[in-house]
Write a protein that binds this ligand. Structure first.
Ligand code: RIB
Ligand code: CA
Length: 347
């Protein structure tokens, strides 16, 4: 049977997944001549570490700061990890400020089973000469947005607690945010529960505030980040770069693959967070589609689900407006090459 009004389907089966068509990106992208000013809000974190290294290495990005939030590990570990990573990447001058330990409400959720108790597996990095800014994450964000001559992009790659607090504390500064390139959520199933991806599950109320805020958003959910994987051969490519940063990245990837193998029998690891950062440096790396995204903040089995509506006629029927571009496709080989190239540029 041919078309059923929902596209070409075999046997006339009614689809259960209405994929929105690819759409042109509206997120800004930096160039070496005009690097995009960026704050990364992070819970380092194995994949966070590669995302931070990518941001430091790419000439299209001017990394203004790394703010930290509890997520993969306790926020104290995340802050220390951010300081040590930036030091290892030769940029201990980039300010780090600590944010929320846990969610706005509800239980603290951690991912130490994957990332290790300290958040960076077995990797021990030398201490940084720098210390975290005493003003804290939200105040540092506010100061940098006020001081920047141009609006600043933010890449939240951990739970969205700090971003939600910023929205509530500085509503007057939201126009100074050029874009939120978020790692989080999923059109399809989650990774922490059947319904929810970790960053959203860790603080659904914060994610709800963010997706309702009106700030331009790109959501890099699991649908696209699960295409952005590295394997043991990629770790070898990183190690063979001959840079200390390449060795660090290789160690982190190897540890992540080891945990994925133990947990799922898998042999690759998704470098989720680097997709949200890479999107701001490379114009055509990620294909996006336009969705209305709402967050389930109930206490039921769907808690933390990002409900992604991509079917135009249903948006119209229920009075929904698109509020996010959602990542749907990435070229895995190109993504791997981008990371290897980046860590070859670091010390
Ligand atoms: O679900 C993936 C996200 O959870 C990534 O940000 C990873 O670092 C973990 O925090
Ligand atoms: Ca993260």
């Amino acid at each position: 049977m041919g078309r059923t009004g929902f596209g070409d389907l075999e046997h006339g089966a009614i689809p259960t997944f209405y994929a929105a068509p690819p759409a042109p990106r509206t997120a800004p992208v930096g160039t070496p001549e005009r690097p995009i000013p960026l704050i990364i809000d992070s819970d380092p974190g194995l994949d966070d570490a590669l995302a931070i290294g990518l941001a430091v290495a790419r000439p299209e990005i001017e990394l203004l700061a790394v703010t930290t939030v509890g997520g993969n590990a306790d926020v104290r570990h995340c802050t220390d990890n951010a300081l040590r990573l930036l030091h290892a990447f030769g940029r201990s001058d980039i300010p780090v400020a600590e944010g929320a330990q846990g969610p706005l409400t509800g239980e603290v959720v951690r991912a130490t089973a994957i990332h290790g108790e300290g958040g960076l597996g077995r990797t021990e990095l030398p201490p940084s000469p720098a210390t975290a800014c005493p003003e804290g994450a939200v105040a540092l964000m506010a100061r940098l947005l006020e001081e920047s001559p141009a609006p600043v992009a933010i890449a939240p790659i951990g739970p969205l607690t700090n971003i939600a607090l910023f929205i509530r504390l500085h509503p007057d500064l939201l126009a100074r945010i050029s874009h939120l390139s978020i790692m989080g959520g999923s059109i399809g199933e989650g990774n922490t529960t059947t319904s929810a991806e970790f960053n959203v599950y860790a603080d659904p109320e914060a994610a709800d505030i963010v997706f309702r805020s009106g700030i331009p958003i790109t959501m890099m959910g699991l649908d696209v980040t699960h295409q952005a994987t590295l394997d043991a051969a990629a770790a070898t490519r990183l190690r063979d770069l001959g840079t200390a940063s390449g060795v660090i990245a290789a160690e982190l990837v190897d540890f992540a693959i080891e945990r994925v193998w133990q947990w799922y029998g898998g042999t690759t690891t998704a470098i989720h967070d680097a997709v949200a950062v890479a999107h701001l440096a490379i114009d055509d790396l990620v294909t996006v589609a336009s969705y209305n995204v709402r967050v389930d903040t109930s206490a039921g089995p769907a808690r933390g689900r990002t409900v992604c509506e991509g079917l135009g006629r249903r948006m119209t029927r229920y009075g929904l407006q698109p509020n996010a571009e959602v990542g749907i496709r990435i070229d895995p080989g190109r993504f791997e090459g981008l990371l290897v190239d980046a860590f070859g540029r670091l010390p």
